[in-house]
Design a protein around this ligand. Sequence first.
Ligand SMILES: Nc1ncnc2c1ncn2[C@@H]1O[C@H](COP(=O)(O)OP(=O)(O)OP(=O)(O)O)[C@@H](O)[C@H]1O
Length: 313
Amino acid sequence: MIEAIGLTKRYGPKVAVNDLSFTVKPGQVTGFLGPNGAGKSTTMRMILGLDRPTAGEVRIDGKHYQDLKHPLRTVGALLDAKWVHPNRSARSHLKWLAKSNGIPLRRVDEVLGMVGLEEAANRRAGGFSLGMSQRLGIAGALLGDPKILLFDEPVNGLDPEGIHWIRRFMQGLAAEGRTVFVSSHLLSEMSLTAQELVVIGRGELIAQCSTQQFVDNAGSQSVLVRSPRASELQQLIAAQGLSARATANDTLVIDGAETEQVGELAAQHQIVLHELTAQRGSLEDAFMQLTSDSVEYQTNLGAPAPTAPGVAR
Ligand SMILES: Nc1ncnc2c1ncn2[C@@H]1O[C@H](COP(=O)(O)OP(=O)(O)OP(=O)(O)O)[C@@H](O)[C@H]1O
């Protein structure tokens, strides 16, 4: 479990992370979502003790990173896939990492197998594709068999096959009971990968909730209805306090409505419908809108920022 409590990071006048509190639980993939520059990498570096918070703290299974006896056996991270000596082979890079962290060398071949790099183990890491580099980075994160794993934008720049592999791999790690925290600026990607989301904008918490809940709230809902008596239906809808736009002679679009509402209203007045469809706005557009003004939307999501340490859901 990871707990961030009032985490704040300032770089001179720049506030990169502001009073951020959230919890990442084991057994599921938790997505760390925010647009570029939102403060995700800074937060991850603070979790890993690579950056010192200006205020607040992070606890990993109740402890500060610097108090962990065997950090690599507790937390593994992939922050930068290209962080490897280009002339070293994948195997020698992992051996060096294992040695410097007191991890038995037999673990190297185990993790190479887990990420499917056995055959490339003796090749220069400098010649690896981005997908292979990501696998090598993940192998490094897994060396100490940690219960907690952090991945910073692991699918950036990967082809669909590589994205699919990483997604399945992270889900597998979570299914083993590990805590998996993965950052991304793409809601569409996270909605396929993560069960839970921590969403930030401009360094501040916007929401912590299930992915389903966030997606439901982020995509603005409207209803499209087609009827030979569309104009009559339009008046009935207006009488309910909703606004229905006519997009064709027989077609209306009603913002902020549910299909049930419109269907029942039509039935009450025996109006025949030819179509009744729920429509969602583009998820990415909605997400960009949400994160562009974190304060404005904070209370609209039904998942407000926690008010006290450890309260984040
Ligand atoms: N060492 C630093 N000195 C000054 N400003 C910094 C430093 N590191 C990060 N920042 C600023 O803090 C903010 C958050 O950056 P951060 O890299 O954590 O965001 P991010 O969500 O990971 O975005 P990205 O996906 O683009 O990396 C940005 O405005 C960035 O310019």
